[in-house]
Design a protein around this ligand. Structure first.
Ligand code: 13P
Length: 249
């Protein structure tokens, strides 16, 4: 079995009280299968509760959904890498499409956030993806490699960075990329990572966008996909316990 990552992005759902209940129900299904990792991205207020709830369980980690690049200071409402780390985070999502499109985050911001995450000893999970308009214009690969270039291109030395390919038009819409379309973009991302030598192997590239219990097996049958980043379908602990146990060809 090849190693696979199942990442659940709870977005603005699941407070600390709910997170404790969630994890009890999730672990009632047993330990995570070997060769699989489960990553939870709760809202910042729930990171500590999740870190406590997963302690002692194999192959499970928690991360922040975002971070601000300054380590501390007068930045009301923001969470820094060191603060997330202190709450128990080991990972940080950077440049999620909702950060880019709802909160106006730029490519330049993602570069600063990747650097800040690494400085705080958090593994960045850099999200990239095209809009429907960009896909229809045939610009998907140009957009995605441009986002990689902006966030990682100036780095010297190799860092461990996971990439999540999440086409914007597939997020929360019930419309997922076909496994073949996703694999094509993953191949281009892998090619970029190999050519630029700014990230450490093994390269881990996740697919996100309307992943659910019904389509996970088919998506992961494509060996270009090293795992999935899941929003809505990660919110029910019993369904999520089942999804992370999906049999994959
Ligand atoms: P959905 O799985 O709800 O489409 O969300 C995907 C996503 O944005 C995960 O980060």
């Amino acid at each position: 079995m090849r190693p696979l990552v199942f990442a659940g992005n709870w977005k603005m759902n699941v407070g600390p009280v709910e997170a404790r209940e969630y994890l009890r129900a999730f672990f009632a299904a047993g330990e995570i299968p070997h060769e699989r990792s489960v990553w939870f991205f709760p809202p910042a207020v729930s990171i500590e509760a999740v870190a406590q709830g997963i302690a002692g369980h194999r192959n499970v980690s928690v991360g922040s959904q975002d971070l601000y690049w300054e380590p501390k200071g007068a930045f009301t409402g923001a969470t820094s890498g060191p603060l997330a780390k202190q709450s128990g985070a080991r990972l940080a999502l950077i440049g999620h499409s909702e950060r880019r499109h709802v909160f106006g985050e730029t490519d330049a911001d993602t570069e600063k956030k990747v650097t800040a995450a690494l400085a705080a000893d958090l593994q960045p999970v850099l999200c990239v993806g095209e809009t429907l308009e960009q896909r229809e214009a045939g610009d998907t690969l140009k957009v995605v490699t441009g986002q990689l270039e902006a966030a990682l291109g100036k780095r010297d030395g190799k860092a461990r960075v996971t990439i999540a390919y999440e086409p914007v038009w597939a997020i929360g819409t019930g419309r997922n990329a076909t496994p073949q379309d996703a694999a094509q973009v993953h191949g281009a991302i892998r090619g970029w990572l190999k050519d630029h030598a700014v990230t450490a192997a093994p390269f881990v590239i996740l697919y996100g966008g309307s992943v659910n219990l019904k389509n996970t097996a088919e998506l992961l049958a494509e060996h270009e996909l090293d795992g999935v980043l899941v929003g809505g379908a990660s919110l029910n602990p019993r369904d999520w316990a089942q999804l992370v146990r999906t049999a994959v060809a």
